[in-house]
Design a protein around this ligand. Structure first.
Ligand code: SF4
Ligand code: SF4
Length: 142
């Protein structure tokens, strides 16, 4: 197997600071199952939920956003954290971020959870990375 900079593992523990949820040019992709799951979490009828929170981007379903943040970020907190989409759950173990130590370090400048807290083994990282690769459209996000 090709050696990677994370072969000895990486540290990451989300502090919930909300920085990665503040964006104006990114998108969060969602599946039908995730839409149902978040709607249930918010005890919202699914039809209303879709009208209020979902839109399309390049033919794919994504969360709506406010001017400069995800629509679910309130007071710097994700209000659907337990039901957040796979794209959010797999951050920062995304293909684009794991492509090099340099890229990891660049992203860590805006994410205080990277390089601190929980230690992930290379195997655990690969599992999450593979999961992130199933997010429809994630490669176009970054
Ligand atoms: S920027 Fe990092 S620490 Fe902050 S909420 Fe996002 S993943 Fe968590
Ligand atoms: S769903 Fe939650 S974790 Fe994901 S971008 Fe929106 S506020 Fe952040």
């Amino acid at each position: 197997m090709k050696s990677r900079f994370y072969d000895n593992g990486l540290q990451f523990e989300c502090t919930g600071c909300g920085e990665c949820c503040k964006y104006s040019d990114a998108v969060v992709y969602v599946t039908d199952e995730e839409i149902s799951s978040i709607a249930r979490y918010l005890t919202s009828p699914e039809e209303d939920f879709v009208l209020n929170y979902i839109t399309a981007f390049r033919g794919k379903l994504v969360l709506k956003s406010k001017v400069d943040a995800c629509i679910f970020l309130e007071d710097d907190r994700c209000i659907v954290y337990s039901a957040r989409p796979k794209q959010c759950r797999t951050f920062p173990f995304w293909p684009d971020i794991l492509k090099s130590r340099v890229r990891w370090s660049q992203v860590s400048e805006s994410c205080e959870g990277m390089d601190q807290g929980k230690q992930y083994t290379a195997e655990e990282i690969r599992e999450i990375l593979n999961e992130s690769k199933t997010v429809n459209g994630l490669d176009q996000t970054n």
